[in-house]
Write a protein that binds this ligand. Structure first.
Ligand code: ADP
Length: 450
């Protein structure tokens, strides 16, 4: 694939597209994960601050009498040493918490816990704030209004928490994501390259097959065309052509023409089958008739080759399949003609019809030259010939078995070969027996062959 510029370029393009799309998706995913983690942390943080602030607010508010003035009991609370305060306001001293009491005019009346330097006093709304102190540390705080016992506004209580641990954690998450993403993208790029290669493999194979097919077809067409042009040129060179010679030349031209026509017809058939546009007619075809007809028709060919040809019908009732009768004739003809052609003088070819469960079996058995194991799978390839010289002598182009296989596949059957070199070959066709399906039933008509 690397040697072919078009395929190697397309592979690169595919890999780049895969990698870009996957990187975009991974980026989005990473961003989503980061947002989810941040959101979860802020939720926990807000709930934590709310609980601490609410408890403190309720504890303090019930003792307030004068707006802007803390009662001695509360003042004591703010002045007792750190060690003793811990059990009273444990939460405030657990983390980086602080609490401030602000009068209505925004004056700091008292403070609890750790108090950051240069944190702006922001009385009142908004309820939630994120502030930065003089050293650039961030704090998240809540402001709640306080009221005296007789319900006059007293001022505010602000409870906040340092964001340093949260910020450090989120910075770590960001770092992991930022480092992880390029590594993931690298992995994605490598796997994209590999995946693009895998995705293109079948396309490349079929491209190579087409190229091979075109080259083989051109090669096959070239031989009869060259023979034709040589014959015609030699005829044109002689000024007075006697009639018997002219007739001979015309016969040669006709022979080559027939060969070319047959070859082109075979190529067309195969190409139509390839595009799956080949019309498989839904007719009931009687296999008994096909076998008997063909044994009769090919009798002269078998006689000429001094080969015994016989039919063995092993079923008592006629076997019918749903399919294209003409193609069925073609399939069995190809197998039987091959069997006759590749069997030595005095050999025997049998066309056997049998039934196995719901399948019809056609076996073409010969006592011919056989096929070596290494060729047995390849003989179904187009233009493949085990021995091209012998094949050419018999007029074969190497398309007969490819066509047979295509016909069998179009009829949802199978075609197998068992062969032993020097002993003979058996070609077995299995076809589903004809039970007319709902959609096909309307098209099914028994057909007479001329
Ligand atoms: P061809 O037109 O050359 O016969 P086919 O596609 O029909 O092409 O067959 C492919 C090759 O398979 C033949 O060239 C021949 O070598 C081999 N082959 C096919 N049928 C037989 C057989 N019955 N016995 C031995 N060899 C066979």
């Amino acid at each position: 694939m690397q040697q072919n510029k078009l395929f190697s370029q397309t592979r690169w393009q595919l890999a780049i597209w895969y990698a870009s799309v996957m990187s975009f998706i991974l980026g989005l995913l990473g961003f989503g994960v980061e947002r989810a983690i941040i959101h979860a942390h802020w939720q926990t943080l807000d709930r934590e601050i709310e609980v601490v602030a609410g408890t403190l607010h309720d504890d303090v508010e019930k003792d307030l009498r004068q707006p802007g003035r803390l009662e001695p009991t509360i003042q004591q609370l703010t002045q007792i040493p750190q060690r003793d305060k811990r059990h009273v306001l444990g939460a405030i001293h657990q983390g980086d918490y602080y609490a401030r009491f602000l009068s209505l005019s925004g004056e700091n009346v008292a403070a609890l816990g750790f108090l950051p330097d240069g944190l702006p006093l922001t009385p009142g709304e908004p309820m939630w704030q994120t502030l930065t102190d003089s050293q650039g540390n961030r704090y998240h705080q809540i402001s709640l209004s306080l009221h005296t016992q007789d319900n006059r506004p007293w001022g505010y209580i602000q409870v906040g928490r340092s964001l340093s641990d949260v910020d450090a954690y989120l910075a770590n998450v960001k770092l992991v994501l930022l480092l992880g993403l390029p590594s993931a993208i690298m992995l994605v790029a490598v796997s994209s390259w590999w995946l693009a290669g895998r995705a293109m493999q079948p396309v490349y194979q079929s491209y190579q097959q087409i190229q091979q097919f075109t080259a083989d077809a051109a090669h096959e067409l070239r031989t009869p065309l060259a023979a034709l042009s040589a014959t015609v040129e030699s005829a044109l060179r002689s000024p007075h052509l006697p009639e018997p010679e002219a007739r001979e030349i015309l016969q040669t031209v006709n022979r080559q023409n027939q060969r070319l026509t047959a070859l082109v017809a075979d190529l067309l058939l195969l190409s139509r089958m390839e595009r799956q546009s080949l019309l498989v007619q839904h007719q009931l075809c009687c296999l008994n008739d096909i076998i008997s007809d063909l044994v009769e028709e090919l009798e002269s060919l078998a006689l000429a080759a001094a080969v015994t040809l016989k039919a063995e019908i092993k079923v008592y009732k006629p076997l019918q399949i749903v399919g294209d009768e003409e193609q069925m004739y073609r399939l069995v003809t190809n197998l039987m003609v091959n069997a006759i052609q590749y069997t030595h003088t005095g050999g025997c070819v049998r066309a056997i019809l049998d039934k196995e469960d719901d399948r019809a079996i056609i076996r073409v058995v010969d006592t011919g030259i056989g096929i070596a194991p290494e060729h047995q799978q390849r003989i179904f390839d187009r233009f493949y010939r085990v021995n091209s010289d012998r094949s050419r002598m018999t007029g074969g182009s190497g398309l007969g078995l490819a066509i047979a296989m295509a016909i069998v596949q179009a009829h949802k059957g199978s075609l197998e070969v068992h062969s032993e070199l020097g002993k003979g070959s058996t070609f077995t066709v299995r076809l589903p027996l004809g039970v007319a399906t709902g959609s096909a039933r309307a098209d099914i008509q028994p057909r007479d062959r001329d």
